[in-house]
Design a protein around this ligand. Sequence first.
Ligand code: NI
Length: 268
Amino acid sequence: MRSDIIFERLWNDYTALNPDVSAIYDAFVAAGETVINDHIAFRTLNHPRICIEKLSRVFLDAGYVEKGNYHFEAKKLVAKHYEKQDDPTAPRVFISHLLLEEFSDELQMNFNQLIDQIPKGFEDEKELIFSKDIFGTASFSIYEKLRKESEYAAWVYAFGFRANHFTVSVNHLKKFSTLGHVNDFLKSKGFRLNQSGGEIKGNPEELLEQSSTLAGLYNLQFTDGKHSIPGCYYEFALRYPDEEGNLYNGFIAKSADKIFESTDFYSK
Ligand code: NI
C-alpha cells in the first residue's frame, strides 16, 4: 500500500473522530496556509502480535526505514520513529508501545484475553494499522481499571489502532514563524492547549519545539452505554537545523513524554 493512501485513510478516520482537528486545519487554510504533516503517532502494546514491529510493517513496505529509539521510563513505554527513505518531505511515523510486563497481572490478563480474540494471522495484514476496533466494544469498567494504572493503556483499549495525532509542520507555515505565534492563534480561536511541562515543549537548542491541543472529548459507545472520554489531539512542531545545516528529524523524549499527556486531563 502506498504511503499517501495510508495517510489519507488515517486522516479521514482521525478527522471524523475529532471535529476540533478539522476546525483547526480549516482555520489555517482560511489564513492562507497549506498544512503539511510533520508526523503521525500510534500507540500499542509490546505483545508479539501487535508490537511496534508489527504496526510498522505496512510503513516499511511503503519505503519507510527505522531511525530513532526512545524510552519513557515513568510511563513504561518505548518508541521508534521511521522516515521515508526516498522522500524527505514525507511525514515521519512515531510508534510507541507499552511495556506490559511492568504492569499488574490484572492488566496483562485483560490485554492477553483481548489479544487472543484477534483472528489468527490478522497481525500480518495491512489492515492492522487501521483496526480501530481491534479490541471490540470496550467495557467502561475495564477502561476505568486500566486508566488507574496507565492512561495510555486505557486509550489503546478504547481507540485501538488509528492515528493518535497528526502534526502541523510549523516550518511549512508562511505567516507563523514561531510556535508561540501558532499557539496564540489557536487560543484566539478557542482551542485548549496541553499545558503539561509548559505550553511549548523543547527549545531551539534541542532542535525541536512542540505543542499540542488537549484531546477533544469523544462520546464513545461502551458495552454499557456511552461515556465521554479524551480522544485524539493535534500537534504542532517546529524543527531547527543542526550544526551542519540539516533539519533535525528526530524526537526529544522528555518533550514527547509531556505530549503524551494531551489525552490525560479528565482526572485534573
Ligand atoms: Ni507527536
